[in-house]
Design a protein around this ligand. Structure first.
Ligand code: PHE
Length: 341
């Protein structure tokens, strides 16, 4: 019997060596230490042995059982360590590697110019106002002295909504009426930036959406000289103290008289090139003295108040500054373009 116990011990320990994973180990435990293991049967059968053999066999059986239990625990622990060691090896991190750079966003070129324009007007005492992009025909046209069927409407091809009389604003000028009605009869100095929409063929020079910055000043003694002086001061801050400017007579139904302001072509210095189409001048805005009808529609008495207004396009100014030849780049979301600014 003692010999059998030695044999069980040897055999079990050898089998344990071969258990390479948790599953094999579990099977081993059932076989050698489980309820129907041979060692259990030997212990059960002690009573049937001759009396003098019992102590020695009993002691040895206990020894073997404890040895197997200890060997099992040791093997289990070794397997666990191996699992940990393997995952440490496989999932090793080199914390000294440099990090991956995160892509950094930047301000859209049109917004860069927009911010620059607004900062200059803010310095000159103009408050920034916002007004809606979805407008009524009344605000976009009629209150600006452009009645239905007036030929001047051809200047603004319009996106209409399915709702009668509701449209996407074609310029920021309707904001003039909103701000006047909100503030009359206070004097005003405001700029109104925002997106405008026109139902046009998209080409290198015209987009169906673009920003404008509207300006409006109203007071008791504002003259055309104030308009000129203010816009020239703006141009100097925007394009440099040396820049030359000129005003050309123009027509807008909501201003009288009306003008357009040109700055000297900063590409060729006025000599004539492809950017300025050989004229030496670049048009940057439309402007004029607020029409008495518009003042009245805004709630100001034209006998006591006068004012000037202007509208400029940041994308156009950006194109001139950076010699961008195609306005379609602005909303095409091509990073190769946007990352240059
Ligand atoms: N709203 C005009 C346009 O879109 C520009 C403008 C604004 C002209 C204010 C005069 C005064 O063309």
């Amino acid at each position: 019997m003692l010999g059998r116990l030695d044999q069980i011990e040897r055999e079990a320990l050898a089998a344990l060596e071969k258990a390479r994973d948790q599953e094999a180990l579990q099977a081993w435990k059932v076989k050698y230490l489980g309820r129907s293991a041979e060692i259990g049967a030997i212990m059960e059968g002690l009573r049937e042995l001759p009396k003098e053999q019992r102590p020695a066999v009993g002691r040895r059986a206990n020894e073997v059982k404890r040895a197997l239990e200890a060997a099992y625990e040791a093997r289990l622990e070794a397997l666990r360590q191996a699992v940990v060691a393997r995952s440490l090896e496989q999932e090793r991190l080199d914390v000294t590697l440099p990090g991956r750079p995160l892509p950094r966003g930047r301000v859209h070129p049109a917004n860069q110019t927009l911010r620059q324009i607004l900062a200059i007007w803010a310095e000159m005492g103009f408050q920034v106002y916002r007004s809606r992009e979805v407008e009524t025909d009344a605000y976009n046209f009629e209150l600006l002295n452009i009645p239905a069927h007036h030929p001047a409407r051809d200047m603004w091809d319009t996106f209409y909504t399915t709702r009668e009389g509701v449209l996407l604003r074609t310029h920021t000028s309707p904001g003039q009426i909103h701000v006047m009605r909100e503030r009359a009869p206070e004097p005003l100095r405001v700029v109104l930036p925002g997106m405008c929409y026109r139902y046009e063929q998209i080409t290198a020079r015209s987009e169906i959406q673009f920003n404008q910055v509207e300006g409006l000043a109203i007071g008791s003694r504002i003259t055309f000289a104030d308009l000129k002086g203010t816009l020239i001061a703006f141009a100097k801050r925007m394009f440099g103290q040396q820049v030359r400017t000129r005003f050309r007579a123009s027509h807008f139904p909501f201003t009288e008289p009306s003008a357009e302001m040109d700055v000297e072509c900063f590409v060729c210095g006025g000599e004539g090139c492809s950017v300025c189409k050989r004229t030496g001048w670049l048009e940057i805005l439309g402007c004029g003295m607020v029409h008495p009808v518009v003042l009245q529609n805004g709630g100001y008495d034209p006998a006591r108040f006068s004012g000037f207004a202007f509208g400029m396009g940041p994308e156009r100014i950006t194109m001139l500054k950076h010699r961008i030849e195609d306005i379609r780049y602005f909303w095409a979301n091509d990073l190769r373009f946007l990352e240059q600014f």
